[in-house]
Design a protein around this ligand. Structure first.
Ligand SMILES: C[C@](O)(CO)[C@H](O)COP(=O)(O)OP(=O)(O)OC[C@H]1O[C@@H](n2ccc(N)nc2=O)[C@H](O)[C@@H]1O
Ligand SMILES: Nc1ncnc2c1ncn2[C@@H]1O[C@H](COP(=O)(O)OP(=O)(O)OP(=O)(O)O)[C@@H](O)[C@H]1O
Length: 297
């Protein structure tokens, strides 16, 4: 018997970053939106914990105990006093180290899959606690939809979304290290103000107004990502030249996100980005997407 869970990627439609805290993390006003690019995590009984991965970026995914899926299985097993005797297979479609929370998705997916496989019946509150222990983005991978993340991004308030949004994601060559991007933010922003989520952005989500959302997108980590990877400016320009309503770096990058009017515009902007030679590949997606879900056989 095995259990498969499907988990979405995310884009941050507003990532407001405050000053570094004593524990090294930054307080955020982080407006997450789940998008329709998914990893699938399959949990199968095995003599001991083992991780495998398939997909175009599989060679860049660690298969040891540092994999967030493996860590999720270990934390859940420890909480219930059992052995993490499970094979976790990741079918990876979310770009690796791309600022789209791919590792976080696998952590949330493994947690839900193991809880179902082992019949441990963990409460939603306990699952969210384990997610927060795994990483700041992991609770959102579990819940999906749209949410405001405060604290280091792990404390979530669900947000209403009144319509579908269409996106193109330009996947860059290689990744960017999240801690390195936050460190560059600190260097560039010595007096960061307290982070807030503007009402205009929350209204745009609530009413499903693409034009208003395009005017409200913002990522405080974008200057830091551009400073570490200046070529991303060419990718952003290629997308807006091709007709995207707005462009921004996704999370800590280097994936760039383009909000477009509709599915037809998504196809033409993706084609133009691919032809521009400023990215490795371009993907289309819609939002909001549901959070981690068990796929019924
Ligand atoms: C950039 C985002 O993806 C936006 O959603 C997240 O803030 C990053 O979330 P994540 O990858 O789950 O990050 P974590 O695994 O919790 O932390 C990795 C590192 O990122 C930095 N970090 C992360 C979150 C935060 N609020 N402040 C930080 O400074 C810290 O250096 C930390 O050591
Ligand atoms: N299951 C996993 N999938 C991908 N990377 C993983 C996984 N587990 C651990 N990692 C490690 O985490 C690093 C960041 O990968 P990930 O794909 O989560 O980045 P990201 O999308 O930038 O995340 P975020 O948006 O949350 O900052 C990788 O370089 C890899 O070493």
């Amino acid at each position: 018997m095995s259990v498969t869970v499907r988990v979405p990627a995310k884009v941050n439609v507003r990532l407001a970053v405050g000053p570094a805290r004593p524990d090294g993390f930054h307080d955020l006003a982080n407006v997450f939106l789940a998008v329709s690019l998914y990893d699938e995590v399959t949990a199968t009984p095995a003599p001991s914990l083992r991780v495998t991965c398939e997909g175009p970026d599989a060679d860049r995914v660690p298969l040891d105990r540092t994999n967030l899926a493996a860590r999720a299985a270990e934390l859940l097993a420890a909480r219930h006093g059992i052995e993490p005797a499970v094979h976790l297979h990741i079918a990876k479609d979310i770009p690796v180290a791309g600022g789209m929370a791919g590792g976080s998705a696998d952590g949330a997916g493994a947690l839900l899959a193991c809880d179902a496989l082992w019949g441990t019946g963990t409460s939603r509150a306990d699952l969210l606690d384990i997610c927060a222990e795994l990483g700041s983005d992991v609770p959102f991978s579990l819940v999906g939809g749209a949410a405001l993340g405060t604290g280091r991004g792990e404390r979530l308030t669900a947000l209403p979304v009144g319509g579908d949004f269409h996106w193109v994601f330009a996947v860059a060559d290689g990744g960017l290290s999240t801690p390195a991007v936050y460190a560059e933010f600190d260097r560039l922003t010595p007096d960061a103000p307290a982070p807030t989520a503007p009402p205009a952005l929350l209204d745009a989500l609530r009413t499903g107004d693409t034009t208003a959302l395009a005017g409200a997108l913002a990522n405080d980590l974008q200057p830091a990502a551009l400073s570490l990877r200046p070529s991303l400016a060419d990718t952003l320009a290629a997308g807006t030249d091709a007709g995207a309503l707005a462009a921004l770096v996704s999370g800590s990058g280097p994936t760039t996100a383009f909000l477009v009017k509709d599915a037809e515009s998504a196809r033409s902007v993706a084609a133009a980005l691919t032809a521009s030679g400023t990215c490795r590949t371009a993907r289309t997606a819609t939002s909001p997407a549901p959070g981690a879900r068990i796929l019924t056989p």
